[in-house]
Design a protein around this ligand. Structure first.
Ligand SMILES: NC(=O)c1ccc[n+]([C@@H]2O[C@H](COP(=O)([O-])OP(=O)(O)OC[C@H]3O[C@@H](n4cnc5c(N)ncnc54)[C@H](OP(=O)(O)O)[C@@H]3O)[C@@H](O)[C@H]2O)c1
Length: 346
């Protein structure tokens, strides 16, 4: 049997803010009958992840493209791989059967053809919605967990600052830090987000960075005794002022620098004298470096979800055609929590 596979591609390299015109919905026939010797799995995509780092893959050049298998350049016209959950509709790979629910490297489309050696695992949902396994129980959750616990090592009573705090990673960092007994302040880009951080997610305080004219004074007012941990999702000026407000032996996990993704000339220039004399640790990391703690992360996060100690925050759009606008929304601050596109019903 043949199906029509609709998928998203880029028309050209994207070197500034992504626009609708950068994307195209393509369609091509896909045969579901497989050669028995092919060792291939065809997955019907159900939920796919929408992540800021894809923009760096879409550029004609980004340093990130050479450093990780997940971040290689996207070729205009070709399918775009991403983390997601799907259902096997055809398989000649002995490890997978038709009907299996799987998680792994799918693509921004309706179907993914995965050759032997591709990143794909059977999914034990553990009773949670499939979408959770794309975000809170996937790489966004792992990034929050690994960055906070492996790099920053929070102690009870420490002061934690999180940027892009209502985003997919940031909201979890704040929630994990609260569960560790820390004092947590987040920043985000609207009044509504600030209210959600304080009222729904239990942050001690939050502010709208877009309304502030002097970020250094702002941080001083929220952290009169200094910051012990900064979880950086944005880079730029916020990173510079966070360094200026860090305490001795402070830790900074650099998870992402989204404010620098749109402008290759933009660079944070934190005071290295402060870094030295305050003995601040600044460490960049990739969630994929921490697969060794995936089991710990999963069992801890599932327990917190079951007991209601952590709130999941998802922002789900419908249909393959909504992928470009879902992606663009990240750069306009329009998402509330983990941005996911639901491609199809199970
Ligand atoms: N190291 C890793 O393994 C890893 C894994 C996942 C994500 N990341 C990184 O972590 C960061 C957050 O990712 P996410 O998936 O959780 O995305 P997200 O926070 O859910 O979405 C992006 C958010 O970034 C904020 N933003 C957009 N443009 C901005 C700008 N110019 N300045 C400041 N904030 C801006 C917006 O929120 P506001 O309304 O607050 O502006 C937007 O909602 C990104 O930098 C991403 O690349 C890294």
């Amino acid at each position: 049997m043949d199906v029509v596979n609709r998928y998203i591609t880029i028309n050209n390299h994207v070197n500034g803010a992504p626009q609708d015109s950068d994307f195209e919905l393509k369609a091509s026939p896909l045969a579901l009958s497989l050669d028995p010797a092919s060792n291939v799995v065809i997955v019907k995509n159900l939920y796919v992840s929408i992540d800021p780092y894809q923009l760096n893959r879409m550029k004609s050049f980004s340093a990130s493209q050479k450093t990780s298998d997940f971040a290689v350049a996207i070729v205009p016209g070709q399918a775009i791989d991403t983390y997601g959950v799907g259902k096997v509709v055809a398989s000649t790979n002995p490890e997978f059967d038709k009907g299996d629910i799987v998680v792994g490297l799918l693509n921004w489309g309706e179907f993914t053809v995965i050759k032997a050696g591709g990143m794909l695992n059977k999914l034990n949902t553990m009773g949670f919605p499939l979408s959770y396994h794309v975000g809170i129980l996937g790489f966004s959750g792992l990034a929050a967990y690994a960055g906070l616990f492996e790099i920053c090592k929070p102690k009870k009573g420490e002061k934690v600052f999180v940027s892009a705090a209502l985003g997919s990673v940031g909201n979890l960092v704040g929630q994990f830090a609260k569960l560790s007994g820390c004092y947590v302040v987040g920043c985000a880009g609207s009044k509504e987000k600030v209210a959600l951080l304080k009222e729904k997610l239990g942050f001690d305080d939050a502010f709208n960075y877009r309304e502030e004219t002097d970020l250094n004074s702002t941080l001083k007012s929220y952290f009169p005794n200094g910051i012990d941990i900064y979880f950086d999702n944005v880079g730029g000026e916020m990173q510079e002022v966070a360094v200026s407000n860090m305490n001795i032996n402070g830790r900074i996990a650099v998870c992402g620098v989204i404010s620098e993704y749109l402008d290759s000339e933009k660079r944070a220039a934190p005071s290295m004298i402060e870094v030295i004399y305050k003995r601040i640790k600044i460490q960049g990391f990739l969630a994929g470096d921490y697969l060794n703690i995936f089991g710990d992360f999963l069992s801890t996060t599932c327990d917190h979800l079951r007991t209601g100690k952590i709130q999941p925050l998802e922002d789900i759009s419908d249909g393959v055609e909504s992928i470009p606008s879902a992606f663009i929304s990240l750069y306009r601050g329009q998402n509330i929590g983990k941005k996911i596109v639901k491609i199809a019903e199970e």
